[in-house]
Design a binder for this molecule. Structure first.
Ligand SMILES: Cc1cc2nc3c(=O)[nH]c(=O)nc-3n(C[C@H](O)[C@H](O)[C@H](O)COP(=O)(O)OP(=O)(O)OC[C@H]3O[C@@H](n4cnc5c(N)ncnc54)[C@H](O)[C@@H]3O)c2cc1C
Length: 378
């Protein structure tokens, strides 16, 4: 049996996020500076949307992945950078929700909920590389009652603003992949430093930076699944699969915003005495854009639905992310063509969306890596 309809609660959720975004995000998104960003984060906190998967008993909305993807799509259609802040926070919280103990849930999850909510960060990539887990050099030395963390993580979304950072580190340098553990580092931990915030091409509202750990002391209770052998790698792949489904939703939101803008332009721009939408070449381009978005959205929903059902979702998430990120890049470029010269001007929405979409084939594992995941399971 199949059902593609949204529940009444999901329809109300979409409509409330859309309503808030149309008043408090979209009008400011293109020119937003630090003040506007703070206001937007406050709007998200007011609606408890910074990390909607946090269970209700820890102050969250307790949403499943399908509902969270709906939220991320709406936010991305309004501001891709803001949606990236939320997607990174969801990724950082996922290992705690999936495998954290009560103490970890009680201490860290409420930081992401309610009116005072903040963001969190997930840190895996290092300056030497992101695709190859065998070259991780961030190292946690086991001590009697915990660990001492040293190393450097790069391109971390929410660096500098994160209430906590979920860090992946090796605990045995001779056997890195098998010894990976996931550590929870409070944002104010001694020895944790944000070294640099980068100027990125897109998703500009999201701070992306390099963080360094120098002898950061971690108590045993801040290690997810503690010292259980092999637990870190499995948990890492599970959370990546969730992160990919959310990036897929982000891609759908960006593509949708580009289609809506291009459609409005095509209905109002006259050439040869008629709206350009009436020229078949433009109409067919719009049709292709809408069709690709539908494909990407359905694949996103399927991956999220499998996650919510507790079924095997690894391939579905990788496929959704691969398709949606490609669609977002194709659709934003097609929208730029429809806008003609305007689509190439800085400050134009479509020019920004092209740059926002560009990063989607890199984050949460590059699309080459998604193909590795998919082909390894064929
Ligand atoms: C804006 C932005 C935000 C980011 N946010 C985060 C974050 O919050 N947390 C975090 O941990 N990381 C983050 N990243 C890092 C991102 O996940 C990595 O950039 C990505 O995993 C690729 O790593 P790399 O850049 O080191 O490229 P590399 O791993 O060096 O890869 C370079 C190229 O080689 C290809 N390649 C590598 N290995 C293989 C292989 N085995 N088979 C086929 N092709 C291969 C890659 O696909 C890529 O095309 C972010 C990056 C950006 C740009």
């Amino acid at each position: 049996m199949m059902d593609f309809s949204l529940t009444k609660e999901q329809q109300e959720l979409i409509s409330s996020v859309k309503n808030m975004a149309s008043k408090e995000i979209t009008p400011f998104a293109l020119q937003a500076g630090e003040t506007e960003k703070k206001k937007m984060l406050k709007s998200l906190a007011r609606m408890n949307l910074l990390c909607p998967t946090v269970p209700k008993e820890f102050g969250g909305l307790g949403l499943g992945l399908v509902s969270s993807a709906l939220v991320v799509e709406e936010l991305a259609a309004a501001s891709p950078g803001l949606a990236a802040i939320v997607a990174a926070t969801l990724h950082a919280a996922e290992p705690i929700i999936l495998a954290g103990n009560d103490q970890q849930k009680n201490e860290f999850l409420p930081l992401l909920t309610g009116r005072e909510a903040g963001a969190a960060a997930f840190a895996l990539t290092e300056p030497e590389g992101g695709s190859d887990l065998n070259i991780i050099s961030t190292y946690a030395t086991a001590e009697q009652t915990g660990y001492l963390l040293n190393g450097c993580k790069d391109y971390v979304i929410n660096a500098g603003i994160a209430r906590f950072i979920t860090v992946v580190a090796a605990t045995d340098m001779l056997n890195k992949k098998a010894s990976l553990r996931i550590f929870l580092i409070p944002g104010h931990a001694a020895g944790l430093k944000t070294e640099e915030i980068y100027q990125t091409s897109g998703i500009n509202l999201a701070p992306v930076g390099r963080v360094k750990f120098v002898d950061v002391g971690i108590r045993d209770q801040y290690v997810i699944k503690s010292r259980e052998a092999g637990s870190g790698y499995l948990l890492l792949t599970q959370t990546f699969d969730v992160g990919r489904a959310l990036v897929s939703a982000l891609a759908v939101g960006i593509a949708r915003a580009a289609l809506e803008h291009a459609l409005h332009f095509a209905e109002n721009r006259l050439q040869s005495g008629i709206p350009i939408k009436k020229h078949q070449a433009v109409a067919f381009t719009l049709a292709d854009m809408a069709t690709k978005i539908e494909m990407a959205r359905l694949m996103t929903w399927k991956a999220c639905w499998l996650i919510d059902q507790g079924e095997d979702y690894s391939v579905a998430s990788a496929m959704a992310k691969l398709v949606s990120s490609t669609v977002a890049q194709q659709v934003t470029c097609a929208a730029a063509d429809i806008l003609g010269a305007r689509g190439y001007l800085q400050g134009n929405l479509i020019e920004q969306l092209v740059r926002d979409a560009r990063v989607l084939s890199t984050i949460e594992g590059t699309n080459h890596i998604q193909r590795l995941v998919i082909s390894s399971q064929l």
